[in-house]
Design a protein around this ligand. Structure first.
Ligand SMILES: Nc1ncnc2c1ncn2[C@@H]1O[C@H](COP(=O)(O)OP(=O)(O)O)[C@@H](O)[C@H]1O
Ligand SMILES: [Mg+2]
Length: 283
C-alpha cells in the first residue's frame, strides 16, 4: 500500500480557483486569483493600494460573490445560493469572523458590553453563557475598563480592540482582518501582534490584508503578493519576502530611491512609511 503524505491529508480550509471580481462599472478588482489556505495557517494578502485585498476578504467572508471562478470554504462551495439558506449562513458566520479596516463600520451598540454580547446572543447562548463570553473576551483584549462606555466615545486604538473582541466573542475558527495595524501607534501594534500570536497558538486561522511590510513577517506564515493589475505575483513563506526586493519594487510596495550622500549617488529600495536615515545624512 502506498504511504500517505500527511500534508496531503489536511484539507484546505479555503480553496479559491480562478476568482475574478468586477465592480458595477466593469472595473476589475481581482483577476483569476487562485490559492488555498490550510487550517491554522496565517496568510497575509500583501499588495499596494487598490490591488484588490479588501475585495478578496469580503469574498472570503461571504459578503460578496465573484463574477467567475470558484470559492470553497470548509470543503463546500461558498455561493449566494448556499448562504441564502439560514442554516448554512448561521454556521458559516459562526466559523468566520471579520475585523473591518474601519472599526466604526462594525460598532453600532449603545455600550461596549452590548456590542460584545451581540454575537453570543445571536448564537443562542444563555444569559449566563453570554455574560461569561463577554467577560473572557474583554479580559483577553484588555478592555474591561471600557465595558460601560459608548463605542463612539472611545479612541481609535480602543475601538480596534473592541472590534476584535466582538469578532472573538463568537469564537470563530477563521479571522479575516483588513489592515489591522494601520493607524495603530507602536504600543498598540505590539499589543496586537502579541494577541494574534496567542490566538495562532490556540489554533486560529488568519487571513490578513495588509500593505505593511514592517509587520507582515510577524503576522503571517505565508504571503500572497498582489500586483497592481489585480493578479497574484507570488506566494511565498513570510521569511523569504526580504530576499525578493525586486518583486516588491515591481508590485509598488517598495520604491527605488535615488539618494545623494555628499557627492555620492546611490539607489536602494525603501518600504512605504519606513523611516530611513544614513549616518552621514546631515553632512
Ligand atoms: N465599491 C466599489 N465600487 C467600485 N470600485 C471599487 C469599489 N471598491 C473598490 N473598488 C475598486 O476595486 C479595486 C480594488 O479595491 P480594494 O479591494 O479596496 O483594494 P485594496 O484593499 O487592495 O486597496 C480598486 O481599483 C478600487 O478602486
Ligand atoms: Mg483595502
Amino acid at each position: 500500500m502506498a504511504s500517505v503524505d500527511p500534508s496531503v491529508a489536511v484539507l484546505p480550509l479555503y480553496r479559491l480557483t480562478n476568482v475574478t471580481f468586477k465592480y458595477d462599472g466593469g472595473q476589475i478588482a481581482l483577476n483569476e486569483i487562485s490559492f488555498s489556505v490550510k487550517p491554522g495557517e496565517r496568510v497575509a494578502l500583501l499588495g499596494a493600494n487598490g490591488c484588490g485585498k479588501s475585495t478578496l476578504l469580503k469574498i472570503m467572508g461571504g459578503l460578496q460573490y465573484p463574477a467567475s471562478g470558484v470559492v470553497e470554504a470548509f470543503g463546500e462551495p461558498l455561493t449566494a445560493e448556499r448562504l441564502d439558506k439560514d442554516q448554512n449562513a448561521h454556521l458559516f458566520r459562526r466559523r468566520v469572523g471579520f475585523v473591518f479596516q474601519n472599526s466604526d463600520a462594525q460598532l453600532f451598540s449603545p455600550t461596549v458590553a452590548d456590542e460584545l454580547a451581540f454575537g453570543p446572543v445571536h448564537m443562542g447562548l444563555t444569559a449566563e453563557e453570554v455574560e461569561a463570553r463577554v467577560k473572557s473576551v474583554a479580559e483577553l483584549t484588555g478592555i474591561e475598563h471600557l465595558i460601560n462606555r459608548a463605542p463612539f466615545q472611545i479612541s481609535g486604538g480602543e475601538k480596534k480592540r473592541v472590534a476584535l473582541a466582538c469578532t472573538l466573542a463568537t469564537n470563530p475558527d477563521v479571522i479575516l482582518m483588513d489592515e489591522p495595524t494601520a493607524a495603530l501607534d507602536p504600543r498598540a501594534q505590539s499589543w496586537l501582534l502579541d494577541l494574534l500570536n496567542r490566538l495562532h497558538e490556540a489554533g486560529k486561522t488568519f487571513i490578513i490584508a495588509t500593505h505593511d511590510l514592517e509587520t507582515v513577517a510577524q503576522i503571517a506564515d505565508t504571503v500572497i503578493v498582489f500586483r497592481e493589475d489585480h493578479t497574484i505575483a507570488a506566494v511565498l513563506p513570510a521569511g523569504e519576502l526580504g530576499n525578493n526586493m525586486e518583486l516588491l519594487v515591481q508590485v509598488n510596495l517598495v520604491h527605488e530611491h535615488l539618494h545623494r550622500h555628499g557627492s555620492t549617488l546611490h539607489t536602494h529600495p525603501h518600504g512605504h512609511g519606513v523611516e530611513h536615515t544614513h549616518e552621514h545624512d546631515n553632512l
